[in-house]
Write a protein that binds this ligand. Structure first.
Ligand SMILES: N[C@@H](CCC(=O)N[C@@H](CS)C(=O)NCC(=O)O)C(=O)O
Length: 224
C-alpha cells in the first residue's frame, strides 16, 4: 500500500508554496517535514543524499524523489490529476506553460533571491534600489502576458499561475506593484487570492517579507 507523499518544506519558501497550491488544487494530502533553510538544515547529510542541490521543496513519493518546484508541480498533475488542464498534454499548450515556469525560475524567483539572499545569508544591510527596480521590471512582463487572458497562459489556470503567484506574493511589499500601471497584474493577483486553495500561500508569503524586514532592522540597530 502506498503512503502519503512526503514534502520537505518550510512555508516561508515561495517554491514550496507553489507545490502546496498545486497539491491542494489536486486534493493531494502531503506529509510535511520541515527543512529550515534559514538555519542551514538543507546541508544536513541525510537531506543532501536525497537532494544534492540542497533546496526545498523536495518530494518523496513512495521512493520517487523529485526536486525543483516546477518539476514537482508538473509531476503531480501528470500522475494524480483527473484531467490535464493544470499542465496540458498538448505539446504547444505545454510549451507555453513551460515558458512561464521558466519565467518564474529565471526572472521572478531569480530576482527575488538576489534581493533576499544577501540579506539572509551574507550580512548585507540594505537592498540596492536598482535591485528593487530590476524586480519591478517583471511587472511589465506580467502585464504583457496577462493581455492574452485572465491567467498567465490564457483563460485557463495552470501550474504556472501557482508558481508565479507564490513568488510575486512573497516580494510585493519589497518591490511594490503600482496599481495604476499594472491593472491586469492586480486583477490576476485578486483572482488568485480569491481561490479557496490560496489560503495555503498567505502565511508564508507574509512571513518571508517580515523576516526580511526584521533582519534589515536588526542590522541597522546593530550598526547604530
Ligand atoms: N528552482 C528551485 C529553487 C528552490 C530554492 O532555491 N529554494 C530555496 C528556499 S526558497 C532553498 O532551498 N534555498 C537553500 C539553498 O539553496 O541552500 C525550485 O523551484 O524548487
Amino acid at each position: 500500500m502506498s503512503s502519503k507523499i512526503i514534502l520537505y518544506h518550510l512555508s516561508l519558501s515561495p517554491p514550496v508554496r507553489s507545490v502546496l497550491l498545486t497539491a491542494k488544487a489536486l486534493g493531494i494530502e502531503l506529509e510535511l517535514r520541515d527543512v529550515n533553510f534559514l538555519k542551514g538544515e538543507q546541508f544536513e547529510s541525510e537531506y543532501l543524499k536525497i537532494n544534492p542541490q540542497h533546496t526545498i521543496p523536495t518530494i518523496d513519493d513512495n521512493g520517487v524523489i523529485i526536486y525543483d518546484s516546477h518539476a514537482i508541480c508538473g509531476y503531480l498533475v501528470d500522475k494524480y490529476a483527473t484531467d490535464d488542464s493544470l499542465y496540458p498534454k498538448d505539446i504547444v499548450a505545454r510549451a507555453h506553460v513551460n515558458a512561464r515556469l521558466h519565467f518564474d525560475t529565471g526572472f521572478l524567483f531569480a530576482r527575488l533571491r538576489y534581493m533576499f539572499e544577501p540579506i539572509f545569508f551574507y550580512g548585507e544591510n540594505e537592498i540596492p534600489k536598482w535591485k528593487i527596480e530590476y524586480m519591478q521590471k517583471c511587472w511589465d512582463l506580467m502585464e504583457a502576458f496577462l493581455a492574452n487572458g485572465q491567467y498567465v497562459c490564457g483563460d485557463t489556470i495552470t501550474i504556472a499561475d501557482y508558481c508565479c503567484i507564490a513568488t510575486i506574493s512573497s516580494v510585493d511589499k519589497v518591490a511594490p506593484i503600482d496599481v495604476a500601471k499594472y491593472p491586469k497584474l492586480l486583477a490576476w493577483i485578486e483572482l488568485m487570492q480569491a481561490l479557496p486553495v490560496y489560503q495555503v500561500n498567505v502565511e508564508g508569503a507574509n512571513a518571508i517579507q517580515e523576516a526580511l524586514f526584521d533582519t534589515l532592522a536588526k542590522r541597522k540597530s546593530e550598526e547604530a
